[in-house]
Ligand binder design. Sequence first.
Ligand SMILES: [Zn+2]
Length: 319
Amino acid sequence: MATVHTAAGPVDSAELGKVLVHEHVFIVGEEFRQNYQDDWDEDAKVAEAVHDLAELKELGIDTILDPTVLGLGRYIPRIQRIAEQIDLNIVVATGLYTYNDIPFQFHYAGPGLLFDVPEPLVDLFTKDLTEGIADTGVRAAFLKCAIEEQGLTPGVERVMRAVGQTSAQTGAPITVHTNPHTQSGLVAQKVLAEEGADLTKVVIGHSGDSVDLDYLMKIADAGSILGMDRFGLDLLLPFEDRVNTVAELCKRGYADRMALAHDASCFIDWFDHEAKKQALPKWNYRHISDDVLPALRERGVSDADITTMLVDVPRRYFE
Ligand SMILES: [Zn+2]
């Protein structure tokens, strides 16, 4: 057992229940919102999120892990407002999301830079995990970084090494946004292991965008958890391919190395809201409960394996 900090306070890891390991509530750049999002209605957006997440709880999901970090518009007071109105646990993260460069807040300060100081990212991530985020009293419970098709750019490497070091020092688990088509999960495993992170505490996110079983088993055999975490993003990989891949990996004994999610959000400012709904009608919090679990059962995945992926793997991730 371990204590897991959520937006509404600490819970025991045994009480996380059924967990979706990668869901956003809002992806909203605050600078952009304040300058250009003229139609933003804070109360309406919060009410919509409360509705969608309460519905998810009614479908039997108890907890979401929200890896919305710096670069994606993390804003904890809004998450707190939502969390206090619902029964669902929202577990928040620290880290930094970039595919390329380090943001200017860190460009000139760090080891060997113009202002030669210890890595400031490690201090910020550690504070979020051990003391709390800003003055909200909410603690992050896991770390997040990204490596896309651009690969290990200097900015991506700096963030990833800081995430690895922070995990090694605090024991906090990690989620990495990866691109399985460039096999960037293997690069993430190598870099994080070099910094002392425990690979069994790492979700290699977006692995579910791939049907390459050799690649996926290689990641899992090194101990990490495959994030089968983009159900509903069918433009990137169709539904059938996603469920067949999970079913095949269950058949091969990998249920204890997989976790499920949609990578959905109530609102994301990257796309036009209505156009997104039309192009990706299943990209919402309900899809796994409504469609994916029945499809997995039809393909012979046992209830025990489903419980492993939804309950046991996320619980072990924090213990
Ligand atoms: Zn995401």
